[in-house]
Each structure stands twice: as C-alpha cells, then as structure tokens.
Design a binder for this molecule. Sequence first.
Ligand SMILES: O=C(O)CCC(=O)C(=O)O
Length: 271
Amino acid sequence: MNNNYRLTDDQKAFYATNGYLVDLPPIYSQEEMAEMNAELPDLLKLLKPGETTKDIREWHETSTYLYDICVNPRILDLVEGILGPNFFMWASSFFIKEPFSKAVVGWHQDAYYWPMKPQHSVTVWLAFDDVDAENGAMKIIPGSHKGGVIKHKHSGQTDSVLTLELESGMFREDTAVQFKLKAGELSLHDDRAIHGSPANPSARRRAGLTIRYSGTEVKNDLSVNPNFKAYLCRGVDEYRHNPAGAVPFQRFARPDFKAVSIEEAGATFKY
Ligand SMILES: O=C(O)CCC(=O)C(=O)O
C-alpha cells in the first residue's frame, strides 16, 4: 500500500466542486480486508438481542479493531487534504446490507442530522466488500453541497435505514453519480452533499464503515449528542470546543453508553 499518497491539487479542486471524491488508491490490500472481515464476527458478537449492525455506533471508542482503522495514517492523509491540518475524528458506524436486503438509505444530507456548527466535516466510506450498482452502493448528487442544507421530511418507507430524508423534486436526481469501490477502497463526501443508496437485490453483501472527521473549529451541541467525543487526528486543537475521547485498549469491546444515532439527533435538533 502507498504510505505517502497525498491528494493532488486536481483532486482537491474536484472535491471542492463536486462534494465527493473516489478513484483513490486502496487503503487496505485484499489480504488485509480478508483478515478484517474474518475478525468482524468478533465485533458483531457484542450486539445484544434485538440490536442490528446499525447499533454499532462509536465503538471505536472501546475497540482497537475499529479505532485503528479510524486513525490509519493513510486515511488521515486523505482527510487532511480536504479538511486541512487541524481535524478530529468523532463517529464511526457500519452500513451493512446483507444479500437480498430491502434496506434503502433515502436521499439526505448528513449536516441536516448533525448538531454541529460550522459545517466542515467529511465522511470516509470504507468498503469492506466490493460495492457497485448491483449490490446497492451509494450514489451522490455532484455539486449538491453548494446548494445549502434543505429541510428533510420523515421517511414514509418501511425499509428505510434513516428516519429523515429529502423529498424528490428538491434536487436533480437524474445527475446522480454511482459509486463503485473495491474492498479496501474508500470514498470521501462533504457533510452537505446529497447522497443515498438503493436496496441490495444481489446475492453479495454490501458492507461499509463510515468514519466522520471535522475541522477543530466545529462544535458539537452536547445537549443533543451528549456522549460526543473528539479524537484529535492531526495538528492542534486551538478551539477546545469538544470533550476528548480516550484511546481504547481492548480489541473488541462496546461502549457502556448507547450513542445517539444521527437520526435521533436529527429528529430532535432544532435546525
Ligand atoms: O452506506 C450508505 O448507503 C449510506 C451511507 C451514508 O449515508 C453516509 O455515509 O453518510
């Protein structure tokens, strides 16, 4: 793997214009991804009856299995190219669609959900499987991060992973770009970019880990998301807006709090 890859000026300009970036060098080799996938059941074992993989939120705070991915220098180098020298990591969660899953992620903007200001965050979507149009990979509306944050409505779809989504007609759905990633590759997207993903009618799993990073000037509203913890990844935190997280020491462990889901936060946050 390339340990010295930095975003080019053209890639930074593409991200600034379009609000996303793909076609980046892989972070993990196929062998490394196979090892990570082989270990995944040890994490899933920690789920309680009635919980699903959606409930694995912020477990990087207690599991080095996840924490080590979230602070992988190869990922941080890419994020630094977008956010600049001072940024922290604060969230991780899986978006797993099993074969023949009807689960859809409605069109949405992450910034609508998050009680955070200013909007200066980037999401890494790290593919645990090869993902494409057939198994319900993500789609994004290029340039939509520039149109402001639009009011979301409660989803009427029973198979929706999120509770809030954008109504059709609010944006140009016909311009959507389909993501296609190999396991071990990632995409980057802006917190205001409109994105979503359809069901997975294929016989292949579609799993990805989202990791969220923000510039140190970004402040979380603790009254909405009280367990929020920031992990400074690069540079200095001159603002000290957010409580710092402790580095985990166990390979697999779950937090003793239930992290507020972005949907719950979105539902209560007065925008
Ligand atoms: O995995 C997906 O399909 C959607 C992920 C997503 O909404 C996000 O990363 O913000």
